[in-house]
Each structure stands twice: as structure tokens, then as C-alpha cells.
Design a protein around this ligand. Structure first.
Ligand code: ADP
Ligand code: ADP
Length: 236
């Protein structure tokens, strides 16, 4: 069964005459290992879809299933990264990436007991993978924008999320750095067998990274096309 399934999910913000239909009834299945890019103009409901799967928002109608059960029945672990860095300035890069292991179940119990050393190895392996190991002891403000986004990706993945949710993660980077980060993200996706939902305005980014592209339109928000673009790369 799909990892995530939307069945006729719609979202309206507000009520009565002031209601905005942000997402028309939408059906969508996400398979484990998918890398789905959501593309479309501002206001087409991309962020609304991310908020639904991360349980920040309830559908106005329809159902969302996670691993065959209604969302909410079972804890879902998500990792997120946004356009601007959300690294904590007073922590080192290693401690920033470690943070989810201290907070999120089941890791936090293990962190308190015995596995602190293993967790450091886990964090350092990720930092190594994205080329940041020499910056583990630095603070975020000592890194370039591209390096901070590498660290943000590591923090979003370290607790082995069921879903990685990325909202314009490279939107603030120059083109050269952005394309370097595409390779980094692709490597992370393949090495960690992650399922990704990526919101982007950049069609080249979508085509480079995703195995499925959902093209959306606004007023009201809807998915116009849902295309596999698998022919370039094998599915993991
Ligand atoms: P996107 O991420 O594609 O730009 P959103 O999902 O943020 O689009 O928004 C979809 C629609 O819902 C837009 O018309 C937007 O104005 C509206 N919307 C989003 N959030 C709210 C909110 N909290 N209250 C009212 N309307 C909202
Ligand atoms: P970006 O385009 O990601 O903002 P920069 O142009 O600031 O990157 O940095 C380019 C390269 O310089 C980085 O990939 C990194 O190797 C190095 N660099 C950037 N900031 C630092 C720093 N604080 N200390 C050491 N090296 C750095």
C-alpha cells in the first residue's frame, strides 16, 4: 500500500462568505522512496499539502492515510527544511544536527541512556556525506548560505523521518550553489532511502531531482498533472 494517500482531500481557510478554497478535492498516492516535486504558482496549495502531511492542518473534507491507517492513528516522523536556515545560532553544527535525536521518539530515550556515542557517529557520518565534517565544531554564522542548507538537510534527515518535507530549500541560493546542493540532496535521498516532497518554483530543479512532478494551479488550488519522470534514473 502507498506510504501516504490523500483521498478527496480539500482544504478551505476561513468560513462562510470569507472561505478560500485552498485545495480542491485531491487524490494522491505517495510510494515509499518517491521523490515528488510540487510545482506551480504562488497560492496553488503547495504549502497546504506539506502542512496536511505534517499534521499542522486538518483537511476540510476527505481522508489522509499513512501506511494504510488514518493519519493520526500512528505517529509519523517528518523532517523539514525551508528556504531560510533554522539552525540555532548558539549551537555548533554538530549539536544542531544532533537536536532531533535529543527530542524525537524513540531516539530521545536512547539518547538519555546509552547511545550518545553512537549518535555522534551517526551525525558525523551525515556531515561527512555532505562535506561538512570539518565544520562540525563551527557555529552557523561561520558558514556560507550553501553550507547552512547542507546542515539543515542533515538535521532534517538524522532522525530517519518517514517523510522529508522541503519547502523551497534552495530558493535563497545562487544558481551555482543551488546546483551543487541538488547533487547533495540526490545523494542523501539515495543513501537514506528517503521519501521526499519538495516544493519548488524551479522546473529544472524538479526535473533534476524528482521521479514524479505534480504540476499545480491556483484559484482554486489543484493538481493539474502528476507525471512520472523516471526514465532518466532507476528507482532505488
Ligand atoms: P503555495 O504554497 O502554493 O503558495 P498555499 O498552500 O500557501 O500556496 O496557499 C493556497 C491558498 O490558500 C492561497 O490562496 C492562500 O492565499 C490561501 N491560504 C493559505 N494559508 C491561509 C490562511 N492561513 N488563511 C487564509 N488563506 C490561506
Ligand atoms: P555560498 O555560495 O554557498 O554562499 P561562499 O561563496 O560563501 O558559498 O563560499 C564558497 C566556499 O568557501 C565554500 O564552499 C567553503 O568551502 C568556503 N567557505 C565559506 N565560508 C567559510 C568559512 N567560514 N570558513 C571556511 N571556509 C568557508
Amino acid at each position: 500500500s502507498p506510504l501516504v494517500r490523500f483521498e478527496d482531500v480539500s482544504v478551505s481557510y476561513g468560513n462562510g462568505e470569507n472561505a478560500t478554497l485552498a485545495l480542491t478535492p485531491t487524490t494522491l498516492s505517495v510510494t515509499k522512496g518517491d521523490f515528488i516535486a510540487l510545482v506551480g504558482p504562488s497560492g496553488c496549495g503547495k504549502s497546504t499539502i506539506l502542512k496536511l502531511v505534517s499534521e499542522l492542518l486538518q483537511p476540510s473534507s476527505g481522508y489522509i492515510y499513512f501506511a494504510g491507517r488514518e493519519l493520526g492513528a500512528k505517529p509519523i516522523r517528518v523532517g523539514m527544511a525551508f528556504q531560510s536556515s533554522t539552525l540555532l545560532p548558539w549551537l555548533t553544527i554538530r549539536d544542531n544536527v544532533m537536536l532531533p535525536l535529543k527530542i524525537v521518539r524513540p531516539f530521545r530515550q536512547q539518547y538519555r541512556s546509552k547511545r550518545r556515542g553512537e549518535f555522534k557517529d551517526k551525525v558525523d557520518a551525515l556531515l561527512e556525506q555532505v562535506g561538512l565534517i570539518d565544520f562540525a565544531e563551527k557555529h552557523p554564522w561561520q558558514l556560507s548560505g550553501g553550507m547552512m542548507q547542507r546542515a539543515n538537510l542533515c538535521r532534517a534527515l538524522v532522525h530517519e523521518p518517514d517523510l522529508l518535507l522541503l519547502d523551497e530549500p534552495f530558493g535563497a541560493l545562487d544558481q551555482f550553489t543551488r546546483e551543487e546542493l541538488w547533487s547533495t540532496l540526490q545523494d542523501l535521498w539515495m543513501a537514506n532511502n528517503t521519501t521526499v516532497l519538495l516544493v519548488t518554483h524551479d522546473l529544472r530543479e524538479a526535473a533534476f531531482l524528482a521521479n514524479r512532478v505534480c504540476v499545480m494551479s491556483a484559484r482554486p488550488g489543484r493538481i493539474l498533472e502528476d507525471r512520472e519522470i523516471d526514465f532518466l534514473r532507476p528507482r532505488n
